[in-house]
Design a protein around this ligand. Structure first.
Ligand SMILES: [Zn+2]
Length: 70
């Protein structure tokens, strides 16, 4: 008879805090998945909470055919 706390946030294990290595030195940050509550919040966008990483640059390589003139 084991109680499984499925409502506990797994990334921070319900502590509400995470260790981030961003910036070089590890430091405790508020868990973006549960907003520091330690409880799993279904549907929560952790990426938006942590800051959007806009890395959607499409390299448009216009390649022109060079035909050798006779
Ligand atoms: Zn969490």
């Amino acid at each position: 008879m084991s109680v499984e706390p499925r409502s506990v946030c797994s990334p921070c294990r319900g502590t509400g805090m995470l260790t981030s290595n961003k910036g070089g030195a590890p430091h405790a940050v508020s868990c973006p998945w549960c907003d520091g509550t330690g409880r799993f919040q279904p549907g929560r966008d952790a990426q938006a909470a942590a800051g959007t990483d806009a890395a959607g640059t499409a390299a448009a390589g216009a390649h022109g055919d060079d035909q050798p003139s006779a």
